[in-house]
Design a protein around this ligand. Structure first.
Ligand code: ZN
Length: 212
């Protein structure tokens, strides 16, 4: 569902550009709104959410899909935690659909999907591992890297229930905005993927804005 935001970027309390292949880590407080902006179009922002005070509570794909009765995420979707608490609500969306079924790219999946020599290519799971390794204070490890959302990525479900990685439906300047319902640690991998069409084979930067 397309829904424009009423927020003015000039009033944002935080703005940062995240190059393709980099991670982004920030606590968004309850009541704050975060926007992820697809600067050049067809980018995938692979995102994990945690309770900022207890990262063992984290975004849950299954609870979110069950609660809303739909596999796609868009304006109105409430992202549920592994403890069945609302974490964030998508309050604006100019892309219209985001994937939470396809998972994140990894050295292993690149190898099995594409070719053996892709094993050394940079992948989203590597970016998250770098994030938790560079932030020991979080007390998180590889085991904490679980279900994610692929903002701006298009993974349509066929009539037979199959998953297909399709051309992106996002475009330059499209964004998704989420209001935090609890203090949330946001961990984004701005996807470096070169092998599937989720990035149009051309990874590009995103911008993150927060309104307090
Ligand atoms: Zn990726």
């Amino acid at each position: 569902m397309i829904k424009q935001s009423a927020l003015n970027p000039d009033n944002a309390s935080f703005r940062e550009t995240v190059p393709a292949g980099e991670y982004f880590l920030k606590v968004v407080k309850a009541g704050e709104t975060i926007r992820i902006l697809d600067l050049e179009g067809n980018q995938a922002a692979d995102t994990l959410f945690y309770n900022a005070h207890n990262p063992t509570e984290r975004y849950s794909v299954t609870d979110t899909i069950r609660a809303q009765g739909n596999v796609y995420l868009t304006a109105g979707s409430v992202l549920m935690s592994s403890e069945n608490n609302p974490m964030l609500e998508i309050t604006a969306d100019t892309c219209g659909r985001h994937d939470t079924l396809g998972g994140a790219c990894a050295a292993e999946s690149n190898t099995t999907r594409y070719a053996l020599e892709k094993k050394c290519m940079h992948a989203c799971r590597d970016s998250w591992l770098v994030a938790v390794t560079e932030h020991e204070e979080l007390g998180m490890t590889k085991r904490d890297i679980t279900h994610n959302i692929n903002f701006f990525m298009n993974v349509p479900v066929t009539a037979e229930g199959g998953l297909t990685f399709a051309d992106g439906i996002s475009d330059a300047g499209k964004y998704v905005e989420l209001e935090a319902k609890m203090d949330v640690l946001v961990m984004i991998s701005n996807c470096p993927q070169l092998n599937n069409p989720c990035n149009g084979w051309n990874p590009t930067p995103i911008e993150v804005l927060v309104w307090s």
